[in-house]
Design a binder for this molecule. Sequence first.
Ligand code: IMP
Ligand code: MG
Length: 173
Amino acid sequence: MSETLREVFGEAAVAARVAELGREVSAHYAGAGEVVMVGVLKGALPFMADLLRALSFCPVLDFVRLASYGAGTSPGELRFPMDLETDIAGRHVLVVEDIVDTGRSLAYLLDRLAKRNPASLKVCALLDKAYRREVDVAVDFVGFAAPPVFLVGYGMDVGERLRRLRGVYELVR
Ligand code: IMP
Ligand code: MG
């Protein structure tokens, strides 16, 4: 199988936008008290690490893992194999995602988190394919509007590969 990568958002553009997001998120939570940053494993890992270091406050970090059955580029049924350790009741929660596509995985997660009565529940995603939404979920902080192609890099994978790339690329087959 032959594959080519076409740069969509290069390393410098991603770094600059993440720095801006850090300022936006910091301004939003100024004086708000404790914030729990919830990374959605595995794809959000590089984005969360960079966003964390672009913040002017120190959030509590925790993680969930959402996965769909099957590998590759088409989503299957959802699983929630790893839950938070932190009690989020009365705390501000910021979910950090790599990319929101149909919105199904985020809606599933937000529904579960909302039942635990956080003080607020917001979402920061590096990439948003808003036109692909199948369920209505709001992304409060968006890095980039993403084009209608399969993206890899900066945490995003195809069959566990290419997550380590510092920019975002279209996978062309
Ligand atoms: P959704 O449930 O359709 O919104 O899909 C969300 C999840 O699917 C994301 O958090 C990613 O892990 C994965 N995903 C969606 N689009 C892409 C893509 O273009 N490249 C890599 N992963 C993607
Ligand atoms: Mg994800």
